[in-house]
Design a protein around this ligand. Sequence first.
Ligand SMILES: [Zn+2]
Length: 184
Amino acid sequence: MYKQGDTCPICGSGPLKATKNKEDLEYKGHILSLELTSYSCDVCHESFFDNEEMKANQKTVKDFHRSVDGLLTSDEIKKIRQKYGLSQREFARILGVGEKSFTKYELGLVGQSRGMDNLLRIIDEIPESLTLLKRRMVAKEKDRERIVTTIIDIGNYKFERKKSSYRLEGTKSTENTSNEYQAA
Ligand SMILES: [Zn+2]
């Protein structure tokens, strides 16, 4: 973050002058007052905003939109997760969203859907709902293991069959025919 009197990063000589500007943002009839600091240099006559401050403002604006829309803010989402002592990764898995998406909710970069918001509110109010989702997640992962095992089993079976048909090919053709007849 820059401050008044810092050396200008553009020309490298002039001292920066910080100017605070108040800006009112309107969203669905609600007003958010933001204080934006711009920096200007009397030597090269450039002026700019601070990147970090802009990012922080972006989060403030997104959270303002969320609260107007009746959605949880990024900090509220973070509080719910921390209440249960879960990492972002664990919580994302339980909710059934990507870890990256969840991180973006908490950073205020992406707004959650109304459905996700409802789910988060239920988890916040009813701890049993989290237990239920955890149990479902474990069951689902076990199911996935079972499916993988079955596929491997079928694979082995095919392999065995192939080997035995090789063996059959080596034997007399009459035997082969009678086998097929019996099978049919
Ligand atoms: Zn300058």
